[in-house]
Structures are given as C-alpha cells and as structure tokens.
Write a protein that binds this ligand. Structure first.
Ligand code: SF4
Ligand code: FES
Length: 250
C-alpha cells in the first residue's frame, strides 16, 4: 500500500504546531499502525530528518500509551482496539490518513503526537488505592466472599488502561469515564469500602482541579474506549459522590 500521512508536528508545548505531509510505500495489511509509523520514522532518520515522536510501550493493548487520533477517531477505526492493535488492512491503498495527538487542556502536547497525561496519575494518587495495614494481621483477600456479579463488574472496570481516549473524544474533555472506572474497581469490592467516601470525593475533586470538563451524557467516550468501559460507571460514581458529600464528608 501507498499512503499519504498528514501528521501533526509540534516542537514543544509552547510551540505552534502544524500538519505535515509524508508519503509511505510498501505498507502491508498485516502491519500494525505503529509498525507503519516505525517505517516512516526509519525513512525520516535515513534522510537526516527528525523522526515523529509518539508514545508506545507494550504494543499489545495493555499499557495505554499509544495515544493517537486517527482520521478523527481516538485509536482510529474499529471498536475495542488500541492504536497498537490496529492493523493497516483497515485502510485502503492510496488513502490519506490524518494523525493527531489527543487534544485536551489537561493533556498538553509534549512533542508531536506525545501528550502529558500525568493528570491521570494525580487523580489516582488522590485516592485510587486501598491503604494496607501491614501490622501482620491483614485479612487474606481470598477469604472474603464476593458475589460473582460484583466481581465481574469490578473486573470490567479494572480493565481501563488509562489511555485517555475518553477525554480526547469527549467534546467537554471530560475524564469521568476514566475516573469512574478507577473508583468502581475498588468500590464494588468489600476491600474497597475502607476509605470509600474519601476516595470518591478526592478523586472527583482532583479531576476538576486538573481542568477536565464535565459529563453531558453524550456517550462518545464509551464508544471510543478501547476496553469497552461502560457509562454505568459514571452513574455509579455520581451516586457515590452525592452520597459521600450529603453525609458532610466534603
Ligand atoms: S475509560 Fe477507556 S478510554 Fe478512558 S482511559 Fe480508560 S481505557 Fe482509555
Ligand atoms: S502500546 Fe501499550 S496499549 Fe498500545
């Protein structure tokens, strides 16, 4: 396949960016999108040009770092796939592909397609954990019975990989899907009840402090989420937040 790539280039957070055209040839359908980007970068390096900066790590849909907006869709065409799992057979020979970084105030561009998602880390630091008493009398988690339905819902929420596609897709740049998944994976389990009220208040407050927008129930986040995280988590987080604040814990 021959492709025309229109890629966002930006030297730094304060620099002005622009779309730049690149032609690539010899792309095969079985290649992943990131392999195609690797080929382009090899060609740029051979020509003495600056390669395109983009985040990647696991290349198997787990780490959440391969954040790219492809032809106007977070992680490109297809459902429940990350950019690293996207294959070039999803595109046609001769096609023009637009490749941009996540765009959100809380995710400033570091360089080219790479954005700073440390706002997500700070939301987790605000409460996305269970404090463990290491005095030696900690209860074995396997000895606590959990209804299968709750365990399944908690597991589904825990599959969120923190990629940020939900934020990039949302017209309000809301982080509600991410934050609610991180709240739910703990609050659905007995082990997460400890600090549960403080957790939801602190994580929601941090989310607001980071400059993410609010949820207006459009549902684009759920559609573009590569892990199929359900909007039900947002409703659950709203209920938990209201309940926690109504009891004067704020
Ligand atoms: S909720 Fe989905 S889109 Fe949002 S960060 Fe988690 S995995 Fe990515
Ligand atoms: S590189 Fe890890 S999810 Fe894509």
């Amino acid at each position: 396949m021959k492709l025309l790539l229109k890629i966002w280039r930006q030297d730094g957070p304060k620099e002005k960016g622009q779309m730049v055209d690149y032609n690539v040839d010899g792309i095969e359908g079985d290649m992943s999108f990131l392999e195609m980007m690797d080929i382009l970068n090899s060609q740029l390096i051979e020509k003495g040009e600056e390669p395109i900066n983009f985040d990647h790590d696991c290349r198997e849909g787990i780490c959440g770092s391969c954040s790219m907006f492809i032809n106007g869709e977070a992680h490109g065409p297809g459902r429940n796939v990350t950019t690293c799992q996207l294959h070039m057979r999803s595109f046609k020979d001769g096609e023009t592909i637009f490749i941009e970084p996540w765009r959100a105030k809380a995710f400033p561009v570091i360089k080219d397609l790479m954005v700073d998602r440390s706002a997500f880390d700070r939301i987790i630091q605000a409460g996305g954990y269970v404090s463990v008493n290491t005095s030696g009398n900690t209860q074995d988690a396997n000895s606590i019975p959990i209804p299968k339905e709750d365990a399944d819902l908690a597991f589904d929420a825990a599959t969120c990989i923190g990629c940020g596609a939900c934020v990039a897709t949302c017209k309000n740049a809301s982080a509600m899907l991410f934050t609610s998944a991180k709240v739910a994976q703990l609050s659905l389990l007995p082990q997460g009840q400890v600090e549960g009220k403080e957790r939801v208040i602190n994580m929601v407050n941090q989310m607001d402090l980071e400059g993410f927008g609010n949820c207006t129930n459009t549902g684009a986040c759920e559609v573009e989420c590569p892990k199929g995280i359900s909007l039900d988590n947002i409703a659950r987080m709203n209920r938990e937040f209201l309940s926690a604040t109504a009891k004067g814990k704020k």
